[in-house]
Design a protein. Structure first.
Length: 94
């Protein structure tokens, strides 16, 4: 029986780097959590910590992606005082 692609550790790493490239193309920390989750899933599969079952791998990927997204949002998300308040309209005459 041929080996399934999701059971190969390097496939998760490649997926993570691909999502990292998407993050560069679409900034805003949209794909960064998924990229970190995929790389960490690949590491866990590589060390044999997570078994080859697809439902378990998807669950691990989802949980790690959510945690990575929350940490990223906490570290580099919106800061207090970052919102620009306009007190004058550009169309108002001085």
């Amino acid at each position: 029986m041929p080996e399934q692609i999701w059971t190969v550790w390097w496939a998760w790493i490649v997926l993570g780097f691909g999502l990292g490239v998407l993050e560069v193309l679409a900034p805003g920390f949209i794909f960064l959590g998924f990229a970190v989750g995929a790389v960490l899933t690949g590491v866990l599969v590589g060390f044999g910590i997570v078994g080859p079952g697809l439902p378990l791998l998807l669950l691990v990927f989802a949980v790690l992606s959510l945690v990575a997204w929350a940490v990223t949002r906490k570290l580099v998300g919106t800061r207090q005082g970052q919102v620009k308040l306009w007190d004058r309209d550009i169309n108002d005459n001085p």
